[in-house]
Design a binder for this molecule. Sequence first.
Ligand code: RAT
Ligand code: ZN
Length: 429
Amino acid sequence: MPSNTLIKKLVHAALDAQPITYLHTHVYNPRFGSSPKPGSMLLWGIDELVTYHYLVAEVYRVVPASVLPYETFWKMPKADQADHIWRHLFVERTPVSEACRGVLTTLGLLGLNPNEKTLKPHRKWFAAQKPDAYVDKVMKLAHVDKIVMTNPVFDDAERALWESDPKLNSDPRFAAVLRIDPLLRDWPLAAKRLREWGYDVRLDFTGKTVAETQRFLRHWLDKMNAIYVACSLPPDFRYPAASGNGAPTAADNFIRDVLTPVLAERNLPWALMIGSRLRVNPALNDAGDMVGQSDVLSVVNLCREFPANKFLVTMLARENQHELCVAARKFGNLMLFGCWWFLNNPSLIDEITRMRLELLGTSFIPQHSDARILDQLVYKWDHNRKLIGAVLVDKYADLQATGYKVTPAMVKRDVALLLRENFWEFLKR
Ligand code: RAT
Ligand code: ZN
């Protein structure tokens, strides 16, 4: 029977050898245009890394808006924004937050010195990288075999690209996901846009609304070759939203009559990311969103009412994690994923991953935290692999204490399930 030291070695070797599918990012393939070209969607490099919205929020704790008004910050060139953040968070303070540490891990793994006092030397290094080859480099370093994009169909700039470039999704390193937030969050707006695009839909869901909205979804699923449909939802998302004998809301109608039938017919999952309260501080833009507690029972209702559908679910509030885990024990069509956004901190990842293993065995997807900048894949994976490894080592030690034999093949199999196969198997199921 392997000793605990041997188990540790086995786990870390298995984790290092296992390619990962990164199932939710906002990282695009280079055909979407690469930064620093204006309007590009593939963001990478030191200035993007340092101006990530997590760090914008953190610098405003240190240099408040009374000193640097938000409008002034947003008007500054990106490099000046990055210099400001670097100086205040990395030079004049100790960069202990997880978002700061992430930048330093990334730089270190790229072979750069995380102790530089200015960003000049880093800029020089990044300027010498070619986007296409750099994608390969990052994927190799992070050991990611597929980057799953997020493709919001209601985003005008992105939709225009899909309309104009039939080969937009031809890069085999990436997969597309149809993101449809306005259809659930703001039906009047979504219906207006659909009408502009030639779909005969009505606000009250009468007439051809159901068939036409389904036609819209099918069109975009095909065009994007999307591997699932996604949306982020507020803490007050409820399904059903209508109570008692009340008439169904637009979101109820959309879910019941449009979305779930199309997804069942295509055997595609619906990814729900629940708990983001948008723009509580609008002046901070992307950095101004926060978290709120959500309703797990609504997820339960969806899983029960639509057994032919598959639900990939993550919730943003720590307070929801236990109930959500218990819900997943009740429904095979519910797959939990990730430690999303504000949960992507070592203490919380450790706690949540432990709890999920204890309640769900190996039948969940532990990773994903989101990434908007290509280079972030390097650190998110480095940190996550170590955290998942530490939890697995403890769990195997507990197993061995019962007399059960943990073998190298088992460790490899478990790690493959957690980092990659559970996701792809769930898509096929
Ligand atoms: O984590 C993030 O970067 C957020 O701003 C959102 O993108 C969120 O993850 C989402 O997909 O809505
Ligand atoms: Zn996201």
